[in-house]
Design a protein around this ligand. Structure first.
Ligand code: CU
Length: 129
């Protein structure tokens, strides 16, 4: 009985460790301020909107900063031809939060959205040239 018990305990410990490591990483660490070299700055403002309906950026690796001046959580997702650009999503959980990450975009027209349910109002055009 003892060997079986210790095996089970080891397994439980392994599961706990892998669960812990799954929690780390993945999301980018939130910055406190908008970096001065950001290639695109988007702000979520009151009444569940972005601060503009049209944005522009230069093709290549674009450092995107997302700032929250609203009181609820917002996300920023880039959509191209109805498909979300993979591996890119900014999240600002509360007022004053800033999230920054780079996304590589080629020349073209994109749509910026917030994919929080009920936030369909948050939609803007991003022109990359
Ligand atoms: Cu939102």
């Amino acid at each position: 009985m003892t060997p079986r018990l210790s095996l089970r305990t080891t397994f439980a410990a392994l599961v706990a460790v892998s669960a812990l490591s799954a929690c780390g990483g993945g999301t980018s660490a939130p910055a406190q301020t908008v970096p001065t070299d950001a290639g695109l700055v988007v702000t979520a403002v009151k009444t569940i909107r972005f601060d503009a309906s049209e944005y522009t950026a230069t093709a290549g690796d674009i450092k995107v900063a997302y700032s929250n001046e609203d009181s609820v959580r917002h996300t920023l997702v880039v959509v191209k031809d109805g498909t979300k650009v993979p591996n890119f999503k900014l999240v600002v959980a509360q007022k004053g939060a800033v999230d920054v990450a780079a996304v590589n975009l080629t020349t073209g027209s994109y749509t910026l959205i917030c994919d929080v349910p009920g936030h369909q109002n948050m939609k803007a055009t991003l022109t990359v040239s």
